[in-house]
Design a protein around this ligand. Sequence first.
Ligand SMILES: [Zn+2]
Length: 725
Amino acid sequence: MDGITKREGKMIFWHEATLIGTGILTMALMTTPAVAANGEFGPGNPFYAPSTLPFQAPPFDKIKDGDYQPAIEAGMARQREEIRVIADNPAAPTFENTLVALEKSGQLLNRVMQVFNGVTGANLSPELQKVQDIEAPKLAAHQDAIFLDSKLFKRVDAIYQERASLGLDPESSRLLQFYYDQFVHAGAKLADADKAELKKLNEEEATLSTAFTNKLLTATKDGAYITADKSTLAGLNDVALEAAVQAAKDRGAKGYVIPLQNTTQQPDLKFLSQRATRQTIFENSWNRTERGGANDTRETVTRLAQLRAQKAKLLGFHNYAAWKLEDQMAKTPEAALKFMDALVPGSTAKADAESKEIQALIDGQKGGFQLQPWDWDFYAEQVRKAKYDLDEETIKPYFELNNVLQNGVFYAANQLYGISFRERTDIPVYHPDVRVFDVFDADGKPLALFYCDYFKRDNKNGGAWMENFVNQSKLLGHLPVVFNVANFTKPAPGQPALISFTDVTTMFHEFGHALHGMFANTVYPSLSGSQVARDFVEFPSQFNEHWALYPAVFEHYAKHYKTGAPMPEDLVAKIKKSEKFNGGYALTEVVAAAELDMQWHTLPTSASPQNPDEFETQALEKTHLLLSAVPSRYRSSYFQHIWGGGYAAGYYAYLWSEMLDDAAYQWFEDHGGMTRANGDRFRQMILSRGNTEELGKMYSAWFGGEPTIEPMLKDRGLLPEENSK
Ligand SMILES: [Zn+2]
């Protein structure tokens, strides 16, 4: 019963910057009315029976777009029958006839959904989009029907009450706890009247979330900077100007259009030399959803915050965050707040030092003005160039994609864990750009199948992510089938794919998630691999990023694609130094957003409706994050993650995972670095264990104590001694 049973829907691990893309997609789909599907489902459907390919890999050579919908419908119907059999079983509830039976249910649905999710994310067609429109709300309702089924919960509860005398092994105990918590968290213990009230609030929340997303989508589009006067765009290079002309054409307009990105800061501000243009673009961004009229989101935000507090009260919590964090590693909003508070002094001090450096540059150029948010990136870029003189184009020839993959990403995994890789061309794929590798364990036994799909396509979601086609499970006899997707520029035919160091880091990152999936070694599918709490899931991926710059790994892959020469020392040093540049700003804007999120969601259930602008100012002031030149990465009125995505009271998770991964890397450094012994221990105690133990305990057992924040501050260049440099 893995895959689709997560409360938030499908688990996908987005880079923070791209999450909004999916958020919009998913929520927009929810507004389409459901229509019954009439497709036939029988043995001719490729999802009808488990795949006969190695690792039960999806038979993409047989799957047609029309096969998904009948299989999804049949999968839901079959799981409903399976659930009825479990719930109506006349025998007394046992772990076997209830929990294990639940784990075995829904296999057809999982089989099709994992492939469907993968393909709609990476290779969407109009036909699949329609299927998604129709099935998304049905799938959400399907899941609710399971977790609010009182008969089913009664059985789970009965077993849970007996848990001490059942003699369950640790993983089975964890599974029982997991299901019990999921049911209770969803409201299974409420009286019928309260359940009805909760459903109403959930419905209103979903409607408002969709409204927020749609308003924001339109407001963001309307907030574009439009001009016929090329001179206002001075500073943009030809590629960017070309993109602005194209953006205008796409809208059926003449001249130039600079569309808004989801964040407060806009990438072109780095290059635009006219201050007035920068200010206009920034203000378009900042005020996008606060212009009055149909796309103003402030009333929606006010009501969402209020109804979430009401929901928390109904579920027996003093605020929404307390309910939401119950099953996270941090456990309580207090723990998350304490963690964030500890980041504030270092990040704001560094941002302050950076602002002084920038102001000095402005003054040196006789600018005659005080640094404003719309000036920051423009002058920071000048400081960066003066300090590091780092040119992307001189670096890229050392990062040829296949070389980075095999001699960097795979090599690091081999050195740490002993695993090896062999490309195979006999496994069908959903697009010719997709490559497939057998992954072998250190003893030569088959471990997993790994797919990678790295090049940008118009029908692919933005960003990069990892998913499973098949989740590992000993109960079901499944080995993992895992894939990584990214959006790197595809070279012209016959040309090498030369990528940036950011792209290199992305490959290591997504492969870290992939390792979490491939090393999974659990009995129950629901606890397997990367299906862990949001504030833990980015730990294996961010941890794996560290190896990209590890000397023994870097030397092994960073070689000129023509000559094979290693990257010159001074270039390597520049990359390392520039990694920490602007770190004060970068962290402060994220901490501000995370604090804002947590302040909204720790509103007491008794609080009166809040004015978003006033609330925001007070929240930032209270947390010492109200810096005039460093605005929050998102303003409350366009914070899609928390009002439209699944990150309410969860934005801190990115930073929390970073604390875990930096402390973990420090542990490796303190224990001899990249050795098989260290790798195997990490695999055995963390990467193979999925969600089979309380995550905090799992981490501290491996780490030998609680994670500390110092390695993160050091990695970000925020320790006091670094500030004085
Ligand atoms: Zn990730």
